[in-house]
Design a protein around this ligand. Structure first.
Ligand SMILES: Cc1cc2nc3c(=O)[nH]c(=O)nc-3n(C[C@H](O)[C@H](O)[C@H](O)COP(=O)(O)OP(=O)(O)OC[C@H]3O[C@@H](n4cnc5c(N)ncnc54)[C@H](O)[C@@H]3O)c2cc1C
Length: 392
């Protein structure tokens, strides 16, 4: 019989591996299983690379608390492990000064140092090409390559004695004599406890463990363009919109990544497969589950127009360009090259709500991370710390 681990974790993304590291640091014997060949293949390696400050999220929510704590832990890790990053702040723009003032109140509530409202001439000191008239400066924001962070966490976990097994797609989960028995197409694994960090498939994995969550993971693709080198002087750091609280992931931003390239995006297009990185990636079984889900019907009815315009922008580069030109001038179609897209795992409730906060659900000797969208990369080490505390 295989050895019995204290905890088995499904998913070698940044959340699964951060959880593994924090549990291993507590002296647990931890096994991480992933269907891919390396860490961070999906959301964790295909995102905007922004280290979020925590300003956007409702105070005392999981997102707010875990983002603020996670950012601290991430900075500590990046310093100790020499992970390239830049923390030079961002400006959050809107021509409606009232929205800027409201966001600033949130910063005050959270005691965030150095956040300030900028007038037009001050905006131009930070971003000389920005077209907006009012903005909030948020010095805590930064950029990093989360794929590198995920790989570093995987190495650290391995060096503490943790085990990661790749090419193991978990297909069944059973509980026998209080032991979790996980089976992939190749092997069977046993553990006292299971943590589900399967990202886009976290709802499916929860159902394997006899959980019937009141939500489904709906895949929304986020596409990006990279500006040509000749235009990279147009953005110094980051120009972000103030997002609609009901649709937090809408609205593209301009970000100088750790390599100095300017990225514009992401949009939000319903994907035809959980890992549907292109229009041509279609999985009929997954897509039919998405569109037959009651919550998706309700969501679609409410946001039909927005959904269509996001799709139109995805198919029409000129529309994407128009949105970029709202922020900065002098960009042409020839300046835009597509970048690797990502797919967000967004939980939607059966009432058709986009679930905003992180969701953790307990099972029988198990814990399921059922909603970990942005800023979960920033928050990952704090999510790991929180789960490790709960499991211990
Ligand atoms: C477009 C986009 C932009 C984003 N921008 C930011 C940002 O700027 N800042 C930020 O903080 N966050 C951002 N996020 C959010 C962040 O990337 C995610 O919240 C985070 O990566 C989630 O990590 P995860 O480990 O939960 O999921 P994932 O990285 O998706 O990992 C899940 C893993 O589970 C594995 N898996 C699934 N099913 C099985 C199975 N049955 N058996 C075995 N393995 C399985 C998968 O192969 C995968 O490796 C963004 C996300 C996207 C998509």
């Amino acid at each position: 019989m295989n050895k019995i681990y204290d905890v088995a974790i499904i998913g070698a993304g940044i959340v699964g591996l951060s959880t593994a590291l924090k549990l291993q640091e507590k002296g647990k014997k931890v096994l991480v299983l992933d269907k891919e060949k390396s860490p961070g293949t999906h959301q964790s390696g295909r995102n905007s690379g922004v280290i979020h400050s925590g300003i956007y999220y409702k105070p005392q929510s999981f997102k707010s608390n875990l983002c603020i704590r996670g950012r601290e832990l991430l900075i500590d890790l990046m310093n100790k492990e020499n992970i390239p990053n830049r923390i030079e702040g961002k400006i959050v723009v809107d021509n409606d000064i009232e929205k800027v003032i409201t966001l600033n109140k949130r910063a005050e509530e959270l005691n965030m140092d150095g956040v300030k409202i900028l007038e037009k001439h001050e905006i131009l000191n930070f971003e000389p090409n920005c077209k907006f008239n009012s903005a909030l400066y948020v010095p805590q924001a930064g950029v990093v390559d989360y794929k590198v962070v995920t790989e570093t966490i995987a190495k650290k976990f391995g060096s503490l004695g943790g085990t990661i097994k790749y090419f193991q797609k978990i297909k069944t989960i059973n509980t026998k004599n209080n032991i979790k028995v996980l089976t992939s197409d190749k092997e069977t694994f046993r553990s006292d406890f299971l943590v589900n960090c399967a990202g886009l498939f976290s709802d499916t994995v929860a159902m394997l463990d006899n959980i019937n969550p009141n939500l489904r993971i709906i895949p929304f693709r986020g596409e990006y363009y990279v500006l040509s080198k000749q235009k990279s002087h147009l953005v110094n750091n980051m120009i972000y919109p103030i997002s609609d609280p009901n649709l937090p992931f809408l609205g593209i931003h301009l970000t100088k990544n750790v390599d100095g390239q300017i990225e514009a995006g992401p949009n939000a297009v319903l994907a035809f497969a959980k890992e549907g990185y292109k229009w041509s990636n279609i999985n009929f079984s997954e897509f039919s589950k998405t569109i037959s889900y009651k919550g998706m019907w309700k969501l679609g009815k409410e946001y039909f127009g927005i959904g269509i315009s996001e799709m139109y922008r995805s198919l029409n580069k000129k529309v994407f360009l128009k949105e970029i030109l709202n922020y900065i001038p002098d960009v042409d179609l020839s300046d835009l090259k597509p970048r690797l897209a990502g797919v967000r795992a967004q939980a939607v409730s059966s009432n058709g709500e986009l679930i905003d906060d992180f969701v953790f659900e307990d099972g029988n000797n198990s814990l399921h991370v059922l909603n970990a969208p942005s800023p979960a990369a920033t928050a990952s080490l704090a999510i790991g710390e929180f789960i490790a505390e709960k499991v211990s």
